[in-house]
Design a protein around this ligand. Structure first.
Ligand SMILES: *Cc1c(COP(=O)(O)O)cnc(C)c1O
Length: 400
């Protein structure tokens, strides 16, 4: 049953029903096809699978645990559990697909990994993977983000990556994507583009999802072992949607488990300071694929806001767009303020400082627990919050 879903979606042209596909220049089309064919040939081989399994275990520190939050559950009701992706090497789920992408690159004989980064999390994960495999790494980053996220710029440089400042337009994530694609197009033979989430043209949303499935496969078994049951609900935050696809993928066929994807409601829906793509977006094209998009009055991707830089993207993965239309996943949102409250609650009740992205999912789980005190909820804690400490304390201060 389950494997049927993965065979059916995406279809051979990369569509999740009407979403996804590859709307790209012809020279790129050929490269994407090559990556797709190579992915199918290599990733199913025994050698690739056993290499990746060893990397997961001995380098990344997997499986990451599932943890029952006793004090948080006592205070808010319900039974709240966390899948601890914050304990994955480099402190977030992103390394799951970066190690997979880099291993694929090595098998393809590529010399260099190219990517964009917004807050720097994807750049750091990819630079880590490049160091592991002895590959070159080039990260494109908007000048504005370089200033804002300087500790991550230093991490990338220490790991041996080249950071290319992007100086045109708004000098943030969207321009960084354009710049990284351009660099990739100049030398598609010896380089490979490694995207940061379940977005972009086919085959990226499929490849990234497949590498992130390890979260759901582990979590389902661990939860069953711990409780003898499946969770009543599973909650994950959504930027592009890779950590959410990773955990949801193991529960899509379980009618007793409800899935919740949580977007940033930001400061306010009225002023447009949010990134609630599923709640307020419309289908359209962005970065070579079709999905729900927050659009301005001219149909262009709208400027978005979230306190969590990993979530402020005006598009979303094509698979999530499909799952929304199918009503398989409920998409809802959490405000900046609710996110900060959850950030401190989890820190002070459990001794776990969550990434601001992940705190959106924690905040929603706290609400669910209050509403349904008899039910269990499994949160994908996508990353740790060390990167956010300065910002949170400077901006919001410490609670009493
Ligand atoms: C990048 C990031 C996200 C958002 O990415 P998705 O593809 O939506 O999972 C969420 N949490 C953390 C910790 C991140 O670094």
């Amino acid at each position: 049953m389950k494997e049927n879903y993965f065979k059916k979606y995406p279809n051979k042209d990369g569509f999740f029903n009407e979403y996804g596909g590859a709307f790209i220049p012809p020279n790129l089309e050929e490269e994407m096809k090559k990556i797709n064919d190579a992915y199918f040939a290599i990733s199913k081989s025994h050698k690739f699978i056993s290499e990746l399994r060893d990397i997961r275990k001995y380098y990344q520190g997997r499986p990451t645990p599932v943890y029952h939050c006793q004090r948080l559950s006592e205070k808010y009701g319900g039974q709240i559990y966390l899948k601890r992706e914050d304990l994955n090497h480099t402190g977030a789920h992103k390394l799951n697909h970066c190690m997979g992408e880099a291993l694929l690159a090595k098998h393809l004989g590529k010399k260099k990994l190219i990517a964009e980064t917004g807050a720097g999390q994807h750049g750091v994960a990819l630079a880590t993977a490049a160091a592991y495999f002895g590959l070159e790494c080039e990260i494109h980053m908007g000048e504005v983000d370089i200033k804002k996220e300087y500790p991550n710029v230093l991490r990338m440089k220490v790991l041996g990556a080249t950071v290319i400042p992007v100086t045109h337009g708004l000098k943030t994530l969207k321009e960084a994507v354009d710049s990284a694609f351009e660099a990739y197009l100049k030398d598609p033979i010896s380089t490979i583009y490694c995207i940061g989430s379940v977005v972009g043209p086919h085959p990226f949303p499929m490849i990234v999802r497949d590498f992130q499935r390890v979260i759901g496969i582990e979590a389902r078994e661990q939860f069953l072992d711990m409780t003898g049951e499946l969770p009543d609900s599973v909650v994950a935050c959504i930027g592009g949607g890779s950590n959410a696809m990773g955990i949801f993928s193991s529960f899509l066929e379980d009618d007793e488990t409800q899935l919740f994807g949580i977007e940033p409601a930001g400061k306010s829906f009225k002023t447009g300071e949010h990134a609630a793509t599923m709640t307020l977006g419309k289908p359209g094209l962005i970065h070579g694929f079709k999905c729900y998009i927050l659009q301005d009055e001219n149909g262009e991707p709208a400027p978005v806001h979230s306190i969590a830089s990993g979530l402020d993207y005006p598009g979303v993965g094509p698979e999530h767009s499909m799952l929304k239309d199918m009503n398989k996943v409920t998409y809802d949102s959490i405000t900046d303020k609710e996110c900060i409250d959850a950030f401190y609650e989890l820190s002070r009740l459990e001794g776990i400082i969550p990434a601001l992205e992940s705190a959106h999912a924690v905040a929603y789980a706290m609400k669910l627990a209050q509403k349904f005190p008899e039910k269990s909820v499994l949160v994908n804690l996508s990353g740790r919050g060390d990167k956010d400490l300065d910002y949170v304390v400077d901006t919001f201060g410490l609670p009493e």
